[in-house]
Design a protein around this ligand. Structure first.
Ligand SMILES: NC(=O)c1ccc[n+]([C@@H]2O[C@H](COP(=O)([O-])OP(=O)(O)OC[C@H]3O[C@@H](n4cnc5c(N)ncnc54)[C@H](O)[C@@H]3O)[C@@H](O)[C@H]2O)c1
Ligand SMILES: N[C@H](C(=O)O)[C@H](O)COP(=O)(O)O
Length: 327
């Protein structure tokens, strides 16, 4: 069975995304097929471009140049200076990629980084990030954001919300859904038959028996106890400061954390160059590099493509696995 190509949305044209897409084509053109969804006039550099009119043309075009499913954007791509006129095109590229991945014309969607404020300023983008936008496009109530590398997988139970709102957002239902979706994703997308999940506490020392906050004992611990009775292999709440060293990491397949930075600091410290963002719970495969638009180095040619390459490789592996019959 021939695998459909991967759709790659362009992200913010003023960031490093398009440079990374071109570098990824040079590195992966003999390994897999993908195509950019974006404006060809935004591409700088000397990587050849092949404009295609439908996804199915990408595999044949891949050897000659970067296949581009062309979209017309209203602004130019000026490194480090997002043009509000491009915001609608950035959003549209994600929507087109989603539609292609949902229809099966693309085997997965990989997304180059967006600049959230540029989208909000430019087209009143109503979502905090891709994760929430993709859930909306796919009409899915709840997804989880996982960042994965060879050394660690992390999932924040709350994602893009202010820190002050975290304690009230951490309800038993949110924890249950996060753990259940994570466990299912570890099995279906990462091939782990019996996933082991470690759950971080919210407060210092996981609350120290209530002396340093009560959410750990009143919300997290009872939810985990209930989930254990349902067969989930879940431990916690664990003091977050000691659950990411090498020996601790060897005891679990994913760490569910209580808020964005509790999850993302360890993985971006350990593996910034190779981390991949995966949205778990969508009806299609979505990956992304673990970094942002990096305006400070945009246009300089120095951006490291490793995370983008890993994101494409992970999407490709997951898509291939979907075509294999289950043992
Ligand atoms: N998947 C996504 O769409 C995504 C992911 C993370 C951040 N963002 C967005 O990106 C914007 C900028 O975020 P930020 O500044 O916090 O993080 P960032 O990842 O863009 O940059 C942080 C630092 O890492 C460096 N860096 C990032 N990627 C690099 C690469 N490939 N090679 C070399 N150096 C690299 C940058 O130069 C910068 O010094 C924000 O709007 C944020 O929301 C988007
Ligand atoms: N929270 C992610 C990070 O810091 O790496 C990033 O903002 C990406 O989120 P989306 O995939 O939802 O855009």
């Amino acid at each position: 069975m021939t695998l459909a190509p991967i759709a790659l949305s362009c992200g913010e044209p003023a960031g490093i995304g398009l440079e990374l897409v071109q570098k990824a084509w040079s590195l992966l053109k003999d390994e897999m097929a993908f195509f950019l969804i974006g404006d060809p006039s935004h591409l700088a550099g000397d990587v050849p471009t092949i404009v295609i009119s439908e996804a199915s043309q990408a595999p044949a075009a891949m050897a000659q140049g970067l296949p581009v499913l062309a979209q017309t954007f209203l602004g130019d791509a000026v490194p480090g200076q997002p043009d509000p006129k491009n915001a609608e095109g950035v959003m549209r590229a994600i929507a087109v990629g989603t539609q292609l991945a949902m229809s099966g014309a693309a085997s997965a969607l990989c997304t180059a980084p967006i600049h959230k404020k540029a989208l909000k300023d430019g087209c009143n983008f109503a979502f905090p990030g891709h994760t929430e936008y993709l859930a909306h496009l796919a009409d899915v109530q709840r997804v989880v954001m996982m960042l994965a590398s060879a050394q660690l997988r992390v999932v924040p139970a709350t994602i893009h919300i202010p820190l002050r709102d975290v304690p009230t957002a951490l309800t038993p239902a949110v924890l249950r859904e996060t753990i259940a979706i994570t466990a299912a994703g570890l099995t279906t997308q990462f091939g782990i038959a019996s996933p082991r999940i470690a759950v971080a506490g919210l407060n210092p020392h996981a609350g120290e028996g209530g002396a340093m906050g009560r959410e750990d004992m009143e919300i997290i611990a009872p939810t985990l106890a209930e989930m254990r009775t349902q067969g989930y292999d879940v431990v916690g709440p664990l003091p977050a400061d000691t659950m990411f060293h090498a020996q601790a990491r060897a005891t679990y397949d994913a760490a569910v954390c209580m808020y964005h930075d509790q999850a993302l600091i360890p993985i971006k410290t350990l593996d910034f160059d190779r981390g991949v963002n995966v949205t778990v719970g969508l009806p299609f495969i979505r990956t992304s590099p673990d970094h942002g638009t990096a305006f400070d180095i945009a246009g300089k040619g120095v951006a490291n493509p490793s995370s983008m390459v890993e994101a494409l490789r992970m999407a490709h592996r997951m898509a291939l696995a979907k075509t294999q019959p289950h043992p």
